[in-house]
Design a protein around this ligand. Structure first.
Ligand code: DQA
Length: 145
């Protein structure tokens, strides 16, 4: 692993970006976002390891792995698990790797059930509401940590 590897973990339904509720999430696919992150990561001298799963346990395992490999930081868009997952919060607290919460939309401006963020209770920062740029802004913040 290079000096700085940044994990970018994406949760449920984010594999459908591009066609999923484009009025909310835009037309970019997750691959488009990955390409932008990889390009910017190269400029910043960090390696991006980006993944997506619809399964909560995979996200927990990958958070643990971030600690095992000595990742510099994690960007985490946990999708709907943001609002439900104490398991993700516990994992974030357990790993000792800074986690930045990321959202394309601004959940606090949406339905009340999206206002609670378990991820946010453990994350060092949150970047939201900027569409795909949320990931890029979070990457800048993560690289600077
Ligand atoms: C989301 C916001 C969540 O409330 C939602 O469940 C998602 C996407 C976002 O990126 O805006 O799946 O995390």
């Amino acid at each position: 692993m290079t000096a700085k590897t940044i994990y970018v973990l994406n949760g449920p339904n984010l594999n459908l970006l591009g066609t999923r509720e484009p009025d909310i999430y835009g037309h970019d696919t997750l691959d488009d976002i990955a390409a932008r992150l990889a390009a910017r990561g190269e400029e910043l001298g960090v390696t991006i390891d980006m993944r997506q799963s619809n399964h909560e346990g995979h996200l927990v395992d990958w958070l643990h792995e971030a600690r095992t490999v000595g990742a510099h930081a994690v960007l985490l868009n946990a999708g709907a698990y943001t609002h439900t997952s104490i398991a993700l919060l516990d994992a974030i607290k357990a790993i000792g790797v800074p986690v930045i919460e990321v959202h394309l939309s601004d959940p606090e401006k949406r339905e009340p059930f999206r206002h609670l963020s378990y991820v946010g209770m453990g994350a060092v920062q949150c970047v939201k509401g900027l569409g795909p740029d949320s990931y890029l802004v979070a990457l800048e913040a993560a690289a600077a940590l």
